[in-house]
Design a protein around this ligand. Structure first.
Ligand code: SAH
Length: 341
């Protein structure tokens, strides 16, 4: 049974690329002008207890050195990002028992003390109990990222070993609790076709997300999907453009995965409707070990150096970096708040 979101997504994805990307770009500029919001990403741990079939940091990858940042390292990275002018930070990690809800709550409080009330703090550590999400919100985290990964329930269960409904329940809890909510998906997972792409875009639109990350799946040799094909940048670009038209006020990142499958992948995402970049501001020596997929970009640079490079990249598509909090206008609208500069 298809609903209006399925029909709208299929209609958009039937457009020729040029027209679809132009529609995405126009919708993005209407909502955000030329601003590209910058989030400082800190990858806190790669010691995952899960074994998602696509993911290079799953517990099955025996060859990968495992690391955990200390709270002091995370605070230090955020402090340096703040000194460089950033006002929005994302702490992401493996599902790692050492980063349980209590520790993350203490970390949120410490980041708030360190950075003040003005910065946006986003967490991305997978599914948790509703009470835990509530405690984390009270501790100062105000946004949460949790991709649904694929809208196909059978594929989701096969790849992740847990049901799609669990991920969707978590997204509902986060929304109820007042978080600014981000989700999203990978394009080009095994069996990908046009119908699946439309269904993924439609689910993201139906969820009324405040933020949505869409990136190409990149096969990793130490995972069960080692011999999968991956489909490159194009499906991700089309999905970004279509979702921009359907969710004009959502924050949509130009993802690191897009920049890793094509040298200009992030610029092309920004020219098709994306409005966010998430440079890694964590310790340079750990970036390689957060090895979700091979070919990850910017591994050797210090995160602060990336800011100069990103400024040039966004200028190439007629945009500029914006170091404000970058609250999602979709979130402000649904919670009855006014946008502030
Ligand atoms: N543990 C957290 C964070 C996961 S890593 C969670 O489960 O939400 C962040 C994202 O990287 C994932 O949501 C997934 O969409 C993406 N990712 C993982 N493996 C990938 C791969 N091989 N290619 C591209 N993206 C991948």
């Amino acid at each position: 049974m298809s609903d209006r979101f399925d029909r709208a997504a299929a209609e958009l994805l039937a457009l020729p690329d040029d027209e679809l990307f132009a529609r995405g770009d126009a919708a993005c500029r209407a909502a955000f002008s030329d601003a590209v919001h910058v989030r400082g990403l800190i990858e806190a741990s790669n010691a995952c207890v899960r074994a998602c079939a696509y993911c290079g940091i799953g517990r099955g990858n025996a060859g990968l050195p495992r690391y955990r940042l200390s709270d002091a390292e995370i605070l230090g990275a955020a402090r340096r990002g703040r000194e460089a002018g950033l006002s929005s930070f994302v702490v992401q990690g493996a599902e790692d028992p050492e980063f349980g809800p209590l520790r993350l709550a203490r970390l949120g409080e410490a980041l708030r003390r360190e950075l003040g009330g003005e910065v946006a703090l986003t967490l991305s550590f997978g599914t948790m109990r509703r009470d835990d999400y509530a405690g984390l919100k009270a501790a100062g985290w105000d946004r949460y990222l949790l991709r649904f990964e694929t809208s196909d329930p059978e594929l989701h269960l096969a790849l992740r070993g847990s049901p799609l409904s669990e991920r969707l329940r978590a997204l509902e809890d986060l929304r109820d609790l007042g978080y600014e909510v981000g989700s999203g998906f990978m394009t080009g997972l095994p069996g990908a076709d046009e119908a699946r792409l439309a269904a993924d875009v439609a689910l993201a639109a139906r969820l009324g997300l405040d933020m949505a990350g869409i990136g190409p799946f990149i096969p990793h040799e130490a995972t069960p999907l080692a011999s999968a094909e991956g489909m490159g940048l194009r499906p991700a670009l089309r999905a970004v453009a279509a979702l921009r038209v359907l969710l004009p006020l959502a924050n949509l990142p130009a993802t690191t995965a897009a920049g890793s499958v094509a040298p200009d992948g992030r610029e092309r995402s920004l020219a098709a409707g994306a409005n966010v970049l998430m440079p890694n501001v964590g310790p340079a020596e750990r970036k390689r070990e957060y090895e979700l997929y091979p070919g990850k970009i910017c591994l050797d640079e210090d995160g602060m150096k990336c800011l100069g490079c990103l400024g040039l990249r966004v200028a190439s598509v007629g945009k500029r970096l914006d170091f404000g909090r970058g609250d999602s206008p979709a979130y402000l609208a649904r919670t009855g708040q006014e946008a502030t500069a």
